[in-house]
Design a protein around this ligand. Sequence first.
Ligand SMILES: Cc1cc2nc3c(=O)[nH]c(=O)nc-3n(C[C@H](O)[C@H](O)[C@H](O)COP(=O)(O)OP(=O)(O)OC[C@H]3O[C@@H](n4cnc5c(N)ncnc54)[C@H](O)[C@@H]3O)c2cc1C
Length: 501
Amino acid sequence: MAARRVVIVGGGTAGWMTAAALARLLPGRCAIHLIESEAIGIVGVGEATLPQIRAFNERLGIDEADFMARTRATFKLGIEFNDWGAIGDSYIHPFGTFGPGTGEIDFHQFWLRLSQQGIAVPPLERFSMACTIARMNRFALPSRDQRQLTSSFGYAYQFDATLFGPYLRGVAEAMGARRTEGRIVAVHRDGESGDIASVQLESGERIEGDLFVDCSGFVSLLLGKALEEPFQDWSKWLPADRAVAMPCRTEGAVTPYTSAIAMSAGWRWRIPLQHRTGNGYVYSSAFLSDEDAAAALTDAVEGEPIAAPRMLRFLAGRRERSWVHNCVGVGLASGFLEPLESTSIYLIQAAITALIELFPERDISPIDRNEFNRLVDLEYDRIRDFLILHYHATTRTDSDFWNYVRTMPIPDSLAEKMELFRRRGRVVKYREGVFLDASWIAVYLGQGIIPVGHDLRADAPSPESLVAGMRKLISDVGALAASMEDHAAYLRRYCPMAEAA
Ligand SMILES: Cc1cc2nc3c(=O)[nH]c(=O)nc-3n(C[C@H](O)[C@H](O)[C@H](O)COP(=O)(O)OP(=O)(O)OC[C@H]3O[C@@H](n4cnc5c(N)ncnc54)[C@H](O)[C@@H]3O)c2cc1C
């Protein structure tokens, strides 16, 4: 069987990202047919992203300023976490490194060594370009010259989730992707192989395909319902299962970062876009009622609300396998991890990248399918551990929710990582994938996990030379950040929002 007719079920962010990427990157290899139901609609949240999205857009030939204008986007240098380790704490998980690369030894090892020797050192955040620019509400594109300090940060976008899909639809349709509007009411399988043969619309029309991409959202129409792939429920570690969202007018600075503010039964997001600020409270229904969550969010938002609170339900976890038979689940159809680290769109991108790399030329090989599932599982599992870390490493005792997450048993994989860091500040190294060293370092330290030792190689330089080098670095980082333009002014010049996107 030649996988030539690709049927994409769903026209949310996952569906249109898949359609645009397949159309653009495998031209002539497949005929793409996307089915979506306007009556069902899309989940319509998902405003904050990770820097990897830039590579995705670049590969699709998307012009950044045009894309940002049309999705009313702002720049994102990281995530600010308030009240997580303890009430009153604030740290930033930056997109970029702390200090310049120093070859084999991570910069934070020198910082740890000095503080362990009783030498006063400024917070690690002060050595990060991304954190410093973010705290000053400035922005400039990073340098491409690796020797420059201004190359040591990255950035992502905060955009209107309802405009991203339509933007990509334009890209996909321009490359020949076909779209059918309609509700799928039945899924037909081949009696012999068990593969999906066709999907049937309410109108009676049947759409056949060789490869089906399930982008149907939480309902998981093909992977979950038709193929009955089991769901691994991770809610014992990530108990948040609801969100209430409510956008408001922007008050104050358009920050080049997302804020995640811990609340009594979860946390609240604040995401500034060009035309409004997105807000939402992600919480656990075991610890808070919907009414109390909506009231707490309404009390907390800073600007005038521009829509009524909207409730969303979800469950943390993933399907056991994302590619089963001739069906690949992408997006919410394959799993969901709450939006604390803005990882869903990244997971969509990772799945699409793996699918393109392993795209079947003729028959679908079980070897390729297994490799796809291995790659996707790895991403999910790592992100799961990273998210649990934020909740578990806390000293908060002020609510039943925090008492639960602080004392719950955690996966062994995370317990080992935390112990490794606690002993000598070591971070488990990944060759590829999301959340490299600086991300883990920021969250470990930000959540109050302070190592007792350090990498012994960091003992080589004299303390005087280290202190002098650090002073200069802070001064350089501060001066460079201060020389940058105000974030809002930068947006007005670079990518002013289109009135009707
Ligand atoms: C509270 C919350 C906050 C989030 N925040 C972020 C964030 O900051 N960053 C981030 O990266 N992600 C975030 N996400 C996740 C993000 O919203 C999703 O990953 C993203 O929108 C992709 O959704 P999707 O395309 O998989 O599903 P959906 O948007 O639900 O799309 C499903 C599609 O399938 C179609 N469909 C379903 N059933 C049928 C049928 N029977 N017939 C025909 N069509 C059908 C629908 O019409 C729709 O087109 C958040 C999610 C939630 C719940």
